[in-house]
Structures are given as structure tokens and as C-alpha cells.
Design a protein around this ligand. Structure first.
Ligand SMILES: *Cc1c(COP(=O)(O)O)cnc(C)c1O
Length: 422
């Protein structure tokens, strides 16, 4: 039986896929936090390069991937698609289970797909340094690697509780010569405000975003970079789904169920968006976002305009949200602790094209433990939510006897998360 599909370098996608070209509706625009009117692109220019603003707004179907970005992708792409034979056997399911393995990137997750692209477009426009936030540290380490590769600097604000739980990621940022601070910090005005309100706060992504945005606003050669949620971030991640489609064709299989874990929506979006045209042709195909019970934006949040950060500095986005002041409990899947959600995925859920399920921490870790043994990869606590979702569907297939084809995205490995396992 064929277990793996490796593609060659020539199969690295030549463009990013923009789902907006194929949606039968237009998305609600981001709103200016001051005027509450649709955001003017020029205003975003204070913190983002022109090309990324263009990518955020365009409805063009194919955005060419620059040669230099494809060359950097070639360090780890195309990533393998693997038939989870061990998991199928352990569950004794008639379902066929596959996973796309994004954990093989240099920093261990899908995040590098957009980090490289964002660093590149900023550099082309003369920016020398990026500021950003990071939750579990995955995004901070990915952006540090990307900026180092392109000869730029980076300053990272890391959610305090995650920095305490996961110091290894801080060391990785330092290895790539990035600067990293626990957030909230006393280095920014917003950070000082958060600390004054609650000196013992664990921090949150919303607070860290406020700090990083402030740093970018205050300096001309510094831009801000976001690792999830925004349309251009999902766009860059579509290399995952495009490769997966090709690999499923090599296996001569058609997915019945697609799953990914959901924090802000970037690995999920990058994985499933290239399949949206297929979903329009085949109503029965199921597309499922797996989020934690502890931070249930999609299953318990409201669909409305909200800020992306806690201080209310960012544009308002139409999305599923738990409210900008929501501070999630300190669960181990740090990358899934965000109050909001990607506007594209939010709309797809609102239109019932995509669905969401919530998985509790215990179910996620049980799935991770089984997967580590039978597939030989220790998954990131975040990715474990997708594994748990896939297992639910595989068990359902035992009851119905259907040979369902279940494909999920393994967004990252958990080798730096062993404390969480402890
Ligand atoms: C950051 C991260 C996530 C969550 O972010 P999304 O934007 O929802 O993909 C999931 N898995 C891993 C391994 C991560 O690093």
C-alpha cells in the first residue's frame, strides 16, 4: 500500500489561490476604528506594505509567488501527504485517513509559509524591521527565521503565560537574532496600561498585538506583521491545500471530510480554501474547523464586527468573536487562544459552507498520544485538535461502515511542547 506522496520542487505552487474570486458573495470590509467607515487602504500603509494591502483587498484568483519566495519554500516544500495507516489500524476503521504534514518546516509549523512571504514583500518596499506578537511562540520563531533569511530585524511580543510555559521558543527566536519580550511589557504605552489594570495578568494575544502595532506605528522603517486571521495570511497558506489536492489526485482519492485545527484560521484556511470550488460542486463534502472548548470563537462566539486586539487599535473585522476583552484560560494549545477568527472562514461558517466543532483538552491529548505512537510524530497541542476531529469521523465510519476519505492538516509538531504533555 502506498503510504506517502512526495512531490518534487517543481510542484511547489506558482501562485497563491484567492478564494474570493470564486465566492458567490462579497465579504464585509474592515472598518476604520475611528470613523467606523470602510478602511482606507492608505491608512493601513502606516503598518503594512502596499503589496500586502493589495493582496488583502484583491479578488484576482491567482497571485503569483515571487521566485525568491518559491526558492525559500523549497527549503521544506512541498511537504508530504501521508496515509495514516497506523491510525486506521488502531481505530479499526474502514475510513481512509490522510494528513498533510506541515510540521517538517524549519520552525516546525505551517507559519513559515506566510512569514517568508510577508518578510519578502516588506523588504522589497524598504522596510528593515518587523514587529509582531506571538502566542505559543510558533509565529515569533517563524517570523524570526524568515527575517533572518532575508537580512531583516524582528521584535516579538510574546504572551507572558506562554513565555513561562514554553521558553524553548524564546531561545529559538534568539537563535535567529530576534528580540523578544514578555507581553504585556513596560516597553510600550499600551503595555504599561495593561499592567496598571492588572499587574498579574497572564497576557493575551489581543494585548500583545496592541503592543506590536504601537511599535510599528511609532517608527517609519518598522512594519507590523500578523501571523493569522487576515485574508493575505490565509492566501499565503493556500500552498498547503494546493499541494494536498495534487497529492490526493496521485493517490486517486477524493476527500469526503477535511479538517484542521482553528486558532485564527490560517492553517485551516490555507488547507481548505483550494477545495471550496469542489465543495460547491459536491454538497456532501464536509469541511470542519476544530477549535478548543476553552476558546470557542466559532461555536460560541457572536458573528459581528469586533477589534482584532484588546486596546481597539486595529480595524474592526466582521468575524465570530468572544469579545476583544476575552482572556482565554491558559490552555496548552497556546496557538488556539484568540478571541476572534478569520473573516473569510467566519463568513463560510455563517453561510454553512464550513462547520465548526469544539474539542476539549483531554480529548485532544488522548488523540495526540495515540497518534504519536502509531504515526511516529508527536503533534503540536494545537494540531491535536484536528487529529481528535479526524478520529471522531473515523469512529463514525465504523458505525456506518462507509469508506470515508478523511484528510486533516497536521499544522505542526510538538517537540518543543513536551512540558504541555507532562
Ligand atoms: C499558530 C498555530 C496554530 C493556530 O493558528 P491558525 O492561524 O489557526 O492556523 C495551529 N497550529 C500550530 C502548530 C500553530 O503554530
Amino acid at each position: 500500500m502506498r503510504r506517502r506522496v512526495y512531490l518534487s520542487e517543481g510542484d511547489i505552487p506558482k501562485y497563491w489561490y484567492n478564494v474570493k474570486a470564486d465566492l458567490p458573495f462579497t465579504l464585509d470590509p474592515p472598518l476604520d476604528p475611528q470613523t467606523k467607515k470602510p478602511m482606507e487602504p492608505e491608512k493601513l500603509g502606516a503598518i503594512f506594505p502596499k503589496e500586502l494591502i493589495r493582496q488583502e483587498m484583491t479578488t484576482e484568483r491567482e497571485i503569483p509567488i515571487p521566485q525568491q519566495v518559491r526558492e525559500a519554500y523549497a527549503i521544506y516544500r512541498p511537504t508530504p501527504l501521508i496515509r495514516a495507516v497506523g491510525l486506521e489500524k488502531a481505530l479499526n476503521t474502514p475510513a481512509h485517513i490522510y494528513y498533510k504534514n506541515e510540521s517538517v518546516s524549519p520552525t516546525g509549523s505551517h507559519k513559515l509559509n506566510t512569514a517568508i512571504a510577508q518578510a519578502y514583500f516588506n523588504k522589497v518596499e524598504g522596510i528593515t524591521k518587523l514587529s509582531t506578537e506571538t502566542g505559543a511562540g510558533q509565529w515569533g520563531s517563524a517570523l524570526s527565521y524568515a527575517t533572518k533569511l532575508l537580512g531583516m530585524e524582528v521584535e516579538v511580543f510574546m504572551v507572558k503565560v506562554s513565555m513561562e510555559q514554553k521558553p524553548a521558543r524564546k531561545h529559538m527566536v534568539n537563535l535567529f537574532d530576534g528580540k523578544i519580550h514578555p507581553s504585556p511589557s513596560a516597553l510600550t504605552d499600551k503595555g504599561k496600561e495593561f499592567l496598571k489594570k492588572d499587574p498579574n495578568t497572564t497576557g493575551s494575544l489581543g494585548m500583545a498585538i496592541s503592543e506590536a502595532v504601537e511599535v510599528a506605528f511609532k517608527s517609519k522603517n518598522v512594519n507590523y506583521s500578523l501571523g493569522s486571521v487576515l485574508d493575505h495570511v490565509l492566501l499565503h497558506q493556500t500552498v498547503i491545500g494546493q499541494e494536498t489536492k495534487k497529492q490526493m489526485e496521485v493517490m486517486n482519492e477524493k476527500p469526503d471530510v477535511l479538517l484542521g485545527c482553528f486558532g485564527g484560521g490560517s492553517n485551516f484556511g490555507g488547507f481548505i480554501l483550494p477545495f471550496i470550488p469542489d465543495k460547491f460542486k459536491d454538497e456532501k463534502m464536509e469541511i470542519v474547523a476544530c477549535e478548543p472548548v476553552a476558546c470557542p470563537s466559532l461555536t460560541k462566539g457572536e458573528y459581528r464586527y469586533d477589534y482584532g486586539d484588546s486596546a481597539g487599535l486595529t480595524p474592526l473585522l466582521k468575524m465570530y468573536t468572544l469579545g476583544k476583552d476575552f482572556v482565554p484560560p491558559a490552555i496548552h494549545a497556546g496557538g488556539l487562544r484568540y478571541h476572534g477568527a478569520s473573516p473569510i472562514i467566519s463568513r463560510l461558517i455563517h453561510e454553512k459552507i464550513v462547520k465548526a466543532i469544539a474539542i476539549d483538552q483531554k480529548e485532544a491529548f488522548d488523540a495526540a498520544k495515540l497518534f504519536s505512537v502509531v504515526e511516529g510524530i508527536i503533534p503540536a497541542p494545537e494540531s491535536s485538535h484536528a487529529i481528535a476531529g479526524a478520529i471522531r469521523y473515523a469512529k463514525e465510519a465504523i458505525k456506518t461502515g462507509e469508506k470515508k476519505v478523511i484528510v486533516f492538516n497536521l499544522s505542526g509538531h510538538g517537540l518543543l511542547d513536551l512540558n504541555a504533555y507532562a
